[in-house]
Design a protein around this ligand. Structure first.
Ligand SMILES: C[S@@+](CC[C@H](N)C(=O)[O-])C[C@H]1O[C@@H](n2cnc3c(N)ncnc32)[C@H](O)[C@@H]1O
Length: 202
């Protein structure tokens, strides 16, 4: 059985007409690091139900383009957003930007992907790390040189090791636990600014 904690951010999201409280995590990250800009071409991995899509669609404006991917069925509530294209896909099946109907790489890669949790910490951490590794694997195909990225991570020793070994892929790399993250949660976000591209990255 699942239940929703009806806290301040849950109620605020309802009032502001966002489909999830997660929007305030992205908003805080964006206000601090200026990740998302007018006219950007952005991919949102694990977008469902789509509060990040709502926020980002508005910020990039009519000249921007936003692609969302999730294994869950399309959220038809978002179909009216003209600069948004949604795909029901598993990230592990995506091989190129062409699979998502675009030729160019993205200015920003967002990932709020989370596995179905089991409650067994080590299993959940491993599954989350698989998703994080996949995002990093896709950067050379997906992310423009100089681009930015935000990725959700479940904290753990292996995740920390992985991030330590990959931080040089960006000019700067920041760890952040937004205020709206529930205090019991082990998740945090990694913000990579200024992707160096395949050649210069180690
Ligand atoms: C926390 S939710 C995202 C919430 C979203 N950012 C929002 O603002 O509404 C995490 C999502 O990751 C998706 N996900 C998990 N594994 C995935 C995979 N392998 N490929 C694509 N999406 C995945 C889940 O289906 C889920 O909808």
């Amino acid at each position: 059985m699942s239940f929703k904690v009806q806290d301040h951010y849950f109620k605020k999201a309802k009032k502001d007409e966002f489909v999830a409280r997660s929007v305030y995590k992205l908003e805080e990250i964006d206000q601090r690091f200026k990740i998302i800009n007018i006219g950007d071409n952005i991919v949102d991995l694990g977008y469902h139900p789509g509060s990040w899509i709502q926020y980002t669609s508005q910020k990039i404006g009519d000249d921007g383009r936003l692609v969302g991917i999730d294994i869950r069925p399309l959220n038809k509530q978002l179909c009216h957003l003209k600069n948004v294209h949604l795909y029901e896909m598993d990230i592990f099946d995506v091989k190129s930007t062409q699979d998502l109907g675009v030729d160019d790489k993205f200015d920003v890669v967002l990932s709020d992907m989370a596995p179905n949790t089991t409650g067994i910490r080590s299993v959940d951490q491993d599954r989350s790390l698989n998703l994080v590794e996949m995002v990093f694997f896709l950067y050379p195909l997906f992310l423009k040189k100089g681009g930015n990225s935000v990725v959700k991570v479940f904290d753990g020793h292996q995740a920390q090791e992985f991030l330590k070994n990959n931080r040089k892929k960006f000019d700067s790399f920041h760890f952040l636990k937004p205020k709206s993250t529930r205090s019991v949660s082990k998740e945090f976000f990694v913000v990579g600014m200024g992707y160096k591209g395949e050649d210069d990255a180690q």
